[in-house]
Ligand binder design. Structure first.
Ligand code: NAD
Ligand code: MG
Length: 380
C-alpha cells in the first residue's frame, strides 16, 4: 500500500486529496497537518486513521487531543509539528497543500528525509526553487506537480526530451474580472473577487486568480519545475479552463492537455504517476463545447502579472518580495483593510524598495519575508 502524509488536509486541495484516497481505497494516510479546523480534522482522523496529526496552535492541538482521546493518534503543534508530519517515517509522498511560504521548511525537511513531494504549495517553489530543485536531484526525490497547469505540462512532457522545449504555453482563465479596465477594478469588493468562473479553491488563491498574481506565481513555478527561462513562458488566456496548458517543441509541434476543470485529476496523477486511474466525473464533450477561444493577457489592468516577470528577471530574493508582499496584501484585502488595486500597488512598492540578492539561503528568504511584512505593517 502506498503511504502518504498531507500538509493542509482540511483545505481545498487537502480535502480533494482525501477524496482521491477514499475513491481508490489503496493508499494509507500516515500523517495530517492543518491550521485550525478541529471539526474537520476530527472527522478526517476518524475516517483515515493517521498515526500523527498536527494543528498549528497548541490550543487547537489540545482541543483536538481531547476529542480523539479514544484513538491511537499522536497530536503535535507549531513548526516542529509541521516538520514532524513532513518527515513522518512511513510516508513515501508528502502532499504540500498548505498555503504560503510557511511550506518552505517542511518541504525541504521531507525531501531530506527522502520523500517525493506532490506539490500544490507553489509559494515554496517561487521563493526557494533554486534550493528545492537541486536538492531533489541530490536526494533522488521527485517533485510531482499538483497545480493543474503544471500537471498538464508534466503530462505533455511524458516521453519527450526537455532540451527540445521551445516554449511553455501557460493557460489562464483570466479570473472573474477578465476584460475589465483599471477604472472598473477600483471598487470591486471581496465577494466579487471570490467568485472564480471555473474553479472552487481556497480564498487566497482565488484572490490571486482575480489579480492574475496566481499566473505570475505559476510562471515562476513552471520555470523551476521544467528548467525554462521566464521569457520562454507565454501566458495564454483561455477563459473556459479546458486546455490546462501546452508545450511547444523546437519543430513547432504543440502538445496540450485538456479536460474538465477538476483538481482531482492532477492530484490523482501526482499520487499514482506514471499510472493513470479511472476518475469519476464529467468528461469533455467537444460537440457541446463548440469552441475554445484565446486572448492575450492584459498586463496594464492587471499589473500583478507584469510584476511577476520583473521579479523573475531580478531573481534571487526578489520573487520572495513579490510573494511575501502579495501574501500580506491579500490577507489585508480579505480583511477589508485595503482595496483590490492596492494589492499590486503594495507588491510594486515593496519590490521597488528592495535590492535583489542572488541565491538566498532559507534563513535569508525568511528574513526578507519578515522585512516585507514589517514594511507593509508600517505603511498600510
Ligand atoms: P486552503 O486555504 O483551502 O487550504 C489551506 C490548508 O492549509 C488548510 O488545511 C489550512 O488549515 C492549512 N494551513 C494554513 N496555515 C497553516 C499552518 N500555519 N499550519 C498548518 N496548516 C496550515 O488553500 P488551497 O486552495 O487548498 O491551496 C493550498 C495550496 O495549493 C496553495 O499554495 C495554492 O496556491 C495551491 N493550489 C491550490 C489549488 C486549488 O484548486 N485550491 C490549485 C492549484 C494550487
Ligand atoms: Mg493553477
Amino acid at each position: 500500500m502506498k503511504k502518504i502524509a498531507i500538509l493542509g488536509s482540511t483545505g481545498s486541495i487537502g480535502t480533494q486529496t482525501l477524496e482521491v484516497v477514499r475513491n481508490n481505497g489503496d493508499i494509507e494516510v500516515t500523517a495530517l497537518a492543518a491550521g485550525s479546523n478541529v471539526d474537520r480534522m476530527e472527522a478526517q482522523i476518524r475516517e483515515f486513521r493517521p498515526k500523527l496529526v498536527a494543528m498549528w496552535t497548541q490550543e487547537k492541538a489540545k482541543e483536538l487531543k481531547a476529542r480523539v482521546a479514544d484513538l491511537p493518534v499522536r497530536i503535535v503543534s507549531g513548526m516542529d509539528g509541521l516538520l514532524e508530519i513532513a518527515t513522518e517515517p512511513e510516508a513515501e509522498i508528502l502532499v504540500t497543500a498548505i498555503v504560503g511560504m510557511i511550506g518552505i521548511r517542511p518541504t525541504i525537511a521531507a525531501m531530506e528525509a527522502g520523500k517525493d513531494i506532490a506539490l500544490a504549495n507553489k509559494e515554496t517553489l517561487v521563493t526557494a526553487g533554486h534550493i528545492i530543485m537541486p536538492l531533489a536531484k541530490e536526494r533522488g526525490v521527485r517533485i510531482l506537480p499538483v497545480d493543474s497547469e503544471h500537471s498538464a505540462i508534466f503530462q505533455c512532457l511524458n516521453g519527450e526530451n526537455r532540451a527540445q522545449i521551445k516554449k511553455i504555453l501557460l493557460t489562464a482563465s483570466g479570473g472573474p474580472f477578465r476584460g475589465r479596465k483599471k477604472e472598473e477594478l477600483r471598487n470591486v469588493q471581496v465577494e466579487d473577487a471570490l467568485k472564480h468562473p471555473n474553479w472552487s479553491m481556497g480564498r487566497k488563491i482565488t484572490i490571486d486568480s482575480a489579480t492574475l498574481v496566481n499566473k505570475g506565481l505559476e510562471m515562476m513555478e513552471a520555470r523551476w519545475l521544467f528548467g525554462v527561462e521566464p521569457k520562454d513562458i507565454q501566458i495564454v488566456v483561455q477563459p473556459k479552463s479546458i486546455i490546462h496548458s501546452m508545450v511547444e517543441f523546437v519543430d513547432g509541434a504543440v502538445i496540450a492537455q485538456l479536460g474538465t476543470p477538476d483538481m482531482k485529476l492532477p492530484i490523482q496523477y501526482a499520487l499514482y504517476y506514471p499510472e493513470r486511474r479511472h476518475l469519476p466525473g464529467e468528461r469533455l464533450d467537444f460537440w457541446t463545447l463548440g469552441q475554445i477561444t484565446f486572448e492575450k493577457p492584459d498586463m496594464e489592468s492587471f499589473p500583478g502579472l507584469r510584476l511577476a516577470f520583473d521579479a523573475a528577471a531580478a531573481g534571487g530574493t526578489m520573487p520572495t518580495v513579490y510573494n511575501a508582499a502579495n501574501e500580506r496584501a491579500v490577507a489585508k484585502f480579505l480583511a477589508r483593510k485595503i482595496r483590490f488595486l492596492d494589492i499590486p500597488m503594495i507588491i510594486e512598492e515593496c519590490m521597488a524598495a528592495h535590492t535583489a540578492r542572488p541565491e538566498p539561503t532559507v534563513e535569508e528568504i525568511l528574513d526578507v519575508e519578515a522585512s516585507v511584512y514589517e514594511m507593509i505593517e508600517s505603511r498600510w
